[in-house]
Design a protein around this ligand. Structure first.
Ligand SMILES: Cc1cc2nc3c(=O)[nH]c(=O)nc-3n(C[C@H](O)[C@H](O)[C@H](O)COP(=O)(O)OP(=O)(O)OC[C@H]3O[C@@H](n4cnc5c(N)ncnc54)[C@H](O)[C@@H]3O)c2cc1C
Length: 408
């Protein structure tokens, strides 16, 4: 690895949260060489969490989600290549080729290309909405304005994003049917018991959640859709939003020789090759978890921020992060806040340690082999944060209960 010096030049591919924070981080660390930000969207970096929350509800306009503040000095100090897609990377020569055939030479390349919304193959094609980018929101908001208010909207997939979309639509007074393929939403993330504890939230919020539902097709035209289920039922809808996870678009790295396996595989310093790094949603990184090192990829806002600061330090000073990464995620759904710390697996043992189900305020502790692996909170931010100490270092289940930091 070569440390950055004033003659170095950094090309950052992906002008989203991680890419922008890296540019900011490099300047904060004192790097004053050339930084180029390449982004295939025509917009300066913006924040995605508000898209499915404040923007979809109608509280914020899209411009408010920008990450580039008017007084940003970093913005003027970087070269922008917006509306341009990277199509190839030469790892040896550190050359990034763009879709207009221009070539960007660098000494260091950062891959921060995030993820894309997964699309289902349906007869109604692109008329079925997905939510990932500004343009997706603009289309969805326009359709909502002109929609037949007597028909419901159908949300396919009731995971974190689907739940937020259902919540926002319901808040706009739209009738919502949410279709979930599993027995309960989020089973594959929080595990079966916790998914059951969360099960009544949509009902209480007035969202018609239907579980064990497989969508066969969606047909129709703008404003008039029929959602066909595998069991033969047809649902008429004014609009359909598919929230069925994400995919990675990494074809442009095929000839690069980088290891791509469920993400761009990087080491504990986010390096994929010498002076080539990946960060944010796209990175599958070596994480020193409580039960040993794991290769993980997580689509969390906090992790993208952490990675950017970590990489800026490493490339400028050759040092690792100040503290260990404890992955953190939040979601605002059905009038509640769900927060998760750590990286538990759905089959880890889970115990309710604070609060109770009736009040819909509680904290759950995850353990694997008697070691604490995660915390899940429902509208209990204080208990979650006082319990973070259990993940800052390896903690046994017995020690966690002896300490009971959730009572602090
Ligand atoms: C609607 C929504 C709500 C969310 N809510 C939450 C939340 O409540 N809590 C939470 O923790 N996380 C949330 N997230 C996740 C969080 O926003 C992401 O983890 C974060 O955006 C990741 O940042 P990133 O820079 O890695 O990727 P992105 O933000 O996706 O940025 C990547 C950028 O790279 C561009 N790009 C891709 N390929 C190329 C290419 N070849 N050439 C040039 N540019 C390219 C993309 O178009 C994009 O602009 C949410 C995400 C979405 C979509």
């Amino acid at each position: 690895m070569s440390l950055l010096n004033p003659q170095s030049s950094v090309v950052i591919v992906g002008a989203g949260l991680a890419g922008w924070r890296l540019a900011e981080g490099l300047r904060q660390e004192g790097f004053n060489g050339r930084v180029t930000l390449v982004g295939d969207e025509p917009y300066q970096p913006y924040d995605r969490p508000p898209l499915s929350k404040q923007v979809l509800v109608g509280k914020w306009d899209l411009d408010r989600a920008t990450l580039v503040r008017e007084d940003s000095t970093v913005s003027g100090s970087v070269e922008w290549r917006l509306g341009r897609r990277a199509v190839a990377l030469d790892v040896e020569q550190k050359v990034v080729t763009l879709d207009d055939e221009s070539r960007l030479d660098a000494t260091h390349v950062a891959i921060a290309t995030g993820a894309r919304a997964r699309r289902l193959t349906l007869s109604a094609g692109d008329l079925v909405h997905t939510i990932r980018a500004r343009d997706d929101l603009a289309k969805l908001l326009a359709d909502l304005e002109s929609a037949d208010v007597t028909r419901p909207w159908v949300v396919i997939g009731a995971g974190f994003l689907g739940a937020e979309v259902a919540t926002a639509l319901r808040t706009r007074d739209v009738a919502v049917i949410a279709l979930e393929v599993a027995n309960a939403p989020l089973e594959g993330v929080v595990g079966v018991p916790a998914a059951q504890w969360l099960r009544r939230l949509p009902d209480d919020f007035g969202v018609d959640l239907r579980t064990n539902q497989q969508v066969r097709d969606v047909r129709g035209s703008a404003g008039r859709f029929v959602v066909e289920l595998d069991d033969g039922e047809n649902i008429e809808a004014a609009g359909v939003v598919a929230c069925v996870g994400s995919t990675l678009e990494l074809g442009w790295l095929e000839s690069s020789g980088l290891r791509v396996d469920g993400g761009v595989v990087v080491d504990e310093h986010l390096q994929a090759a010498t002076d080539v790094a990946a960060l944010g949603d796209v990175a599958r990184f070596a994480w020193p978890g409580p039960v040993g090192e794991e290769l993980i990829r997580v689509e969390h806002w906090e992790v993208a921020n952490f990675h950017a600061a970590q990489l800026a330090r490493f490339w400028t000073r050759g040092v690792g992060p100040e503290r260990n990464l404890v992955p953190y995620f939040w979601s605002d759904q059905y009038g509640k806040k769900i927060q998760m710390l750590g990286h538990p697996r759905p089959d880890d043992e889970v115990t309710l340690v604070h609060g109770d189900l009736a009040s819909a305020k509680w904290l759950a502790l995850y353990t694997r082999h008697d070691v604490v692996t995660g915390l899940l909170a429902l509208s209990s931010p204080r208990a979650l944060m006082t319990s973070k100490v259990l993940l800052d270092q390896v903690t046994s289940r017995d020690d966690a209960f002896a300490l009971a930091p959730w009572n602090a």
